[in-house]
Design a protein around this ligand. Structure first.
Ligand code: NDP
Length: 371
């Protein structure tokens, strides 16, 4: 014990006179933070978005918009939020100076309407993925952001997830050589009796099927890793089990292949009929390959790096849970400075256009659709 004390004293002596380390400007005091209203207090809002404000440094919650006043007040008591709105008086957020940004966490079929109303109320909007039901809706959302001079982002959290950001940087640095092939597989087994899955199986609220909800992670993440390249054509085939009563309105699964301008393919599959939940991305280069499995989860993403002649290495490059606060603070920063968010409305529109092209191809039996 005496030896340990002596060594601790020695360390303290050495540390004397240290310069100021760390960034005293962060985290910001509550009064300076960007203030957020959360719209739709469902599974994801309660389970991930609200806890994400805990470690945020520039963002705090000030208001809840919900159809369930009792639930909103309970959550308000837990998080120190005391401004409440319903969907009926939602437009009056325009008069609320304590709201800068609105986070839309509603079913997809409601994204466009509630985003546009918030933009018209003078608020910046971060909208959950997928951006909306159709590309026409996405275009209207982008036009409303421009007309009201507000920022519009789509909540593609993977762009803020440290393991995926690390892989993007390694690919950009040439660590696996030239890209030759990318593939992403994402799916789970939809339970029509569970309310959050029930609306996903209805076209009016889900917008589309598995590709809209879960396949979009693969599509968006694959393209995130290929900055500077561009999709030129797409083919797709549905893979919905015959006679499955869950899939009368939307597809249960789809496989696709996108041709990139630089001459390789991005393949993907998406399903509402797989168990257990699967989230896997693979990047094949001329000099090596990277697999992430799982790739786009909330807590547990992992990297496997392989290069000819070296032993494969499996590792974790950061804490996945950090993505939620990083995304909130990133959008707060965009709202303050007027700069584009890392995942702007235009990216959401690009993805919905691609998925619409997949549906066109699959409807025509897998025909090539030029983009
Ligand atoms: P839930 O069904 O759990 O929550 C949706 C909430 O929206 C409801 O709780 C309700 O909140 C409100 N709502 C308003 N009108 C309706 C309606 N007609 N039917 C159903 N709900 C309604 O869904 P999720 O939380 O799973 O998904 C919400 C959004 O978040 C979707 O856009 C989804 O794609 C996205 N999401 C994103 C994830 C990500 O990782 N980025 C993960 C999961 C979902 P209230 O009772 O307060 O009115």
């Amino acid at each position: 014990a005496a030896a340990a004390l002596a060594s601790a004293r020695a360390v303290a002596q050495e540390a004397q006179g240290q310069p100021l380390l760390g960034d005293p400007a962060l985290p910001e005091p509550s009064g300076q933070r960007t203030r957020w209203a959360i719209v739709g207090l469902g599974t994801f809002a309660v389970g991930q978005v609200m806890p994400g404000f805990g470690p945020a440094r520039k963002s705090r919650m000030t208001a809840f918009v919900s159809g369930n006043a009792e639930k909103a007040r309970k959550l308000g008591a837990r998080y120190g939020v005391d401004r409440f709105y319903g969907y009926d008086n939602y437009d009056s957020i325009a008069d609320d100076d304590a709201i800068d940004c609105v986070y839309i966490v509603l079913p997809v079929g409601l994204h466009a309407e509630y985003t546009i109303r918030a933009l018209e109320a003078g608020k910046h909007v971060l909208c959950e993925k997928p951006m909306a039901s159709t590309s026409a809706e996405c275009e209207a959302m982008i036009a409303a952001a421009k007309a009201n001079d507000r920022r519009l982002g789509v909540a593609y959290r993977v762009h803020f997830e440290p393991n995926n950001v690390h892989v993007r940087d390694r690919i950009a640095a040439g660590d696996i050589g030239a890209m030759r092939f990318v593939s992403g597989d994402h799916g789970f087994n939809a339970n029509p009796d569970w309310p959050p899955h029930k609306w996903r199986l209805e076209k009016a609220l889900g917008g589309g099927g598995s590709m809209y909800d879960i396949g979009i992670y693969g599509l968006n993440t694959s393209l995130m890793m290929l900055d500077g390249d561009r999709p030129v054509s797409v083919t797709a085939t549905y893979s919905t089990p015959e006679g499955d009563p869950r899939f009368t309105e939307v597809e249960g699964g789809i496989d696709y292949r996108i041709r990139m301008a630089s001459g390789f393919n991005v393949a993907g599959s998406s399903s509402y009929c797989w168990s257990p939940y699967l989230s896997r991305q693979r990047y094949f280069g001329s000099e090596g390959s990277i697999e992430m499995n799982p790739a786009t989860t909330y807590y547990d993403n992992r990297i496997r790096f392989e290069k000819a002649g070296d032993a494969p290495r499996e590792y974790v490059a950061g804490n996945a849970i950090d993505q939620f606060a990083a995304q909130l603070d990133g959008f707060s920063q965009a709202a303050r400075t007027g700069e584009a968010h890392r995942t702007p409305g235009e990216m959401g529109l690009r993805d919905i256009r691609l998925i619409e092209a997949m549906y066109r191809s699959a409807d025509a039996g897998g025909a090539v659709v030029e983009l």
